[in-house]
Write a protein that binds this ligand. Structure first.
Ligand code: ATP
Ligand code: MG
Length: 260
């Protein structure tokens, strides 16, 4: 057993049943994340990416397959992981500080300790002075940083992030990508990151998986061998274009419309 392996999903298949209808969503998908590695999953809309992440988070049981965390079989067990769903899910009636405290309260952490941890992290996440603001008083980028802060407050060295920047404008998204890399360099957690954006996947990741249209199957895997730290200017270098071409082709080959 590889000791460095943080997460392994092995032969995951999943279906949803609604009434009479059975919808196959994932078909024998396998992937892994090494300790400290940043891994992305790219795939067409509806290919089962969010479903895969929910399965990794222990929120959904797969029909078949195994989930191993630190080499231990976690299939069917609920576990505390840093999971950020596709919608940020900050409660509008709670301030940023109260929102951030929620996972710590449910983990029954000491109140004083909770407060100290949040105070420490507000400036790291660019939210100093905004702890008492409600979500609708913050910008979209600030809300996403707040939701990420809440996710990072969970003492799990595995982060599962579902398209955290998808709803943002291009400039804010770029800034947050750079910022996420800095934070990741600082905390060095293992990350499984879902995205639609090829550029985002290459810029952030050590390795990228491509899955096919629904039912999602493994289609392609690419190591991104670009040295870190990465500045935004790597996105206009030949190695970046090379990876982009490979991933574009893999996505086109595995999307019926061939337009992704
Ligand atoms: N709770 C549910 N009940 C029934 N079907 C569902 C449920 N959740 C998702 N699905 C279906 O499963 C398929 C995959 O959904 P999923 O959200 O995993 O895709 P995705 O790859 O994350 O898509 P996107 O890129 O648009 O976020 C879709 O066809 C969706 O309609
Ligand atoms: Mg999704």
């Amino acid at each position: 057993m590889n000791k460095q392996l943080k997460l392994k999903l092995e032969g995951i298949s999943a279906t949803y049943s609604t009434g009479e209808k059975i919808l196959p969503v994932l078909d024998n998908v396998s992937l892994s994340v090494d300790t400290g590695e940043f891994v992305s999953v790219l795939g067409p809309s509806g290919s089962g990416k969010s479903t895969l992440l929910k399965i990794a988070a222990g929120l959904l049981k797969p029909e078949r397959g195994k989930i191993l965390v630190d080499g231990r079989n976690m299939t069917g067990l609920s576990r505390l992981v840093g999971y950020m769903p596709q919608q940020d899910l900050l409660f509008p009636w709670k301030t940023m500080r109260q929102n951030a405290a929620l996972p710590l309260i449910s983990a029954k952490l000491d109140k004083k300790e909770t407060k100290a941890r949040i105070e420490e992290l507000l400036p790291v996440f660019g939210l100093q002075g905004f702890g008492e603001y409600y979500p609708d008083q913050l910008s979209g980028g600030m809300r996403q940083r707040g939701a990420l802060m809440r996710t990072m407050l969970i003492e799990s060295d595995l982060l599962l992030l579902d398209e955290p920047f998808a709803a943002l404008d291009a400039l804010t998204r770029q800034n947050l990508q750079e910022w996420l890399l800095k934070i990741w360099g600082h905390f060095r957690r293992s990350v499984l990151f879902i995205t639609h954006s090829i550029d985002e996947a290459i810029y952030l990741s050590d390795r990228v998986y491509v899955i096919t249209e629904r039912p999602g199957k493994n289609a392609f895997e690419q190591i991104i061998d670009i040295p870190r730290p990465r500045s935004k200017s790597v996105t206009i270098t030949p190695p970046f274009s090379h990876y982009k071409k490979l991933l574009l082709e893999a996505l086109a080959d595995n999307t019926a419309a061939g337009t992704k």
